[in-house]
Design a protein around this ligand. Structure first.
Ligand code: DAH
Length: 348
């Protein structure tokens, strides 16, 4: 009989496993726990068992009854839950799943992150600055006085003509140099990515809003060779180990000496300018690509923030993020970054 009771439990478990509706569960409950159910049947059979074995058997049956009851309760709970959640009694596991579109970082964010990561490894940390600025931070403190012709090169959106220190949308991230240096003492190694604005007519190469990454370092004994080493290390990491770099003399009001920095064309790879690579869509046969402006921070700028120019020197640089991305990925129209066409964005 013990054997039979064990089989009874086994049978119950199998039947329970195949049940998927509350109705069927009700039928199963009656089959086992009902007044004329299987377990009741065995309790009646107890009378026929030898008196000495009755207590043991009775105990077994009571345990079985409890087990069955608790399994039924558990199953009932699960089935009710499934019904509540799906509106049907059991999920159809053969249905195709619902796929969710996974978002990604915009290509410009990816490029900014990559630039920041490279400079982070060179000891630079990131700083932020406001996009609405005053003339002081965008011009004056950067050694660009009001009557200076460079005012015109940094074409700027003005927000308020009445105030003496007019509000404007910053036209360069160099503003952050001043904001950081006002607040902190050297040594400093800072980069600052962000948006800048210039009232340019939109075309394949111009946008009224774009991104720059500014960088600068100030300490005792910072030299031009430190600038060269830093920028070369960066460009090799960003564009590839094989690039060459050249520094052309240039003019910026906030640096002296100033340079523009070129790398060898990453498409037609350092070939001498010949008619053969005049077709190169990236460098148009020049063999070189301008990637950024840089220089040694002008003593006037350091003095403006109260630094001792006999003790401290520094270098600074600024690059356009869209330009870096266009060169690296062969993108030929700046408008693609802002049109948010997923066929373009999904490629990155
Ligand atoms: N601010 C310059 C621009 O917008 C870029 C630049 C050039 C930044 C030289 C610098 C620098 O820090 O040293 O064209």
């Amino acid at each position: 009989v013990e054997e039979e009771i064990r089989n009874l439990e086994q049978g119950f478990r199998e039947e329970l496993g195949s049940i998927s509706t509350l109705e069927a569960l009700g039928v199963l409950r009656i089959k086992y726990l009902g007044r004329k159910g299987k377990i009741a049947e065995y309790f009646q059979k107890l009378a026929l068992v030898e008196p000495g074995q009755r207590p043991g058997m009775g105990k077994l049956l009571n345990i079985l009854k409890e087990t069955v009851a608790s399994h039924l309760a558990e199953k009932e709970k699960n089935l009710s839950l499934t019904k509540a959640v799906s509106g049907t009694e059991a999920p159809d596991v053969s249905l195709p799943g619902i796929s969710y579109a996974v978002g990604g970082k915009h290509i410009l964010t990816q490029v900014i992150d990559e630039i920041a990561a490279i400079f982070y490894h060179l000891g630079f940390i990131s700083a932020d600055g406001p996009e609405v600025e005053t003339e002081y931070y965008n011009f004056t403190a950067l050694n660009i006085p009001a009557e200076h012709p460079a005012h015109d090169t940094f074409n700027t959106f003005y927000l308020d003509f009445r105030n003496k220190d007019r509000y404007l949308l910053r036209s360069q991230t160099s503003t952050v140099q001043i904001r950081v240096m006002e607040k902190y003492k050297p040594p400093l190694r800072i980069i600052s990515p962000g948006k800048v604005y210039r009232p340019d007519a939109t075309d394949a190469a111009h946008s009224f809003m774009f991104h720059q990454v500014e960088g600068f370092a100030v300490d005792e004994g910072v030299r031009f060779s430190d600038l060269k080493g830093t920028l070369f290390a960066f460009a090799q990491k960003f564009f590839g180990q094989d690039i060459k770099m050249r520094f052309r003399p240039h003019y910026f009001p906030f640096t002296e000496p100033s340079v523009e920095v070129d790398i060898s064309c990453i498409i037609c790879a350092n070939r001498k300018p010949t008619t053969a690579n005049r077709e190169c869509s990236v460098c148009h046969g020049k063999g070189w690509l301008e990637i950024l402006g840089a220089g040694m921070i002008h003593p006037n700028v350091l003095r403006t923030v109260g630094y001792d120019t006999r003790r401290y020197t520094g270098f600074a640089f600024g690059m356009g993020v869209e330009r870096m991305a266009m060169l690296k990925y062969g993108i030929d129209d700046i408008r693609l970054f802002f049109e948010n066409d997923l066929r373009f964005l999904n490629q990155f």
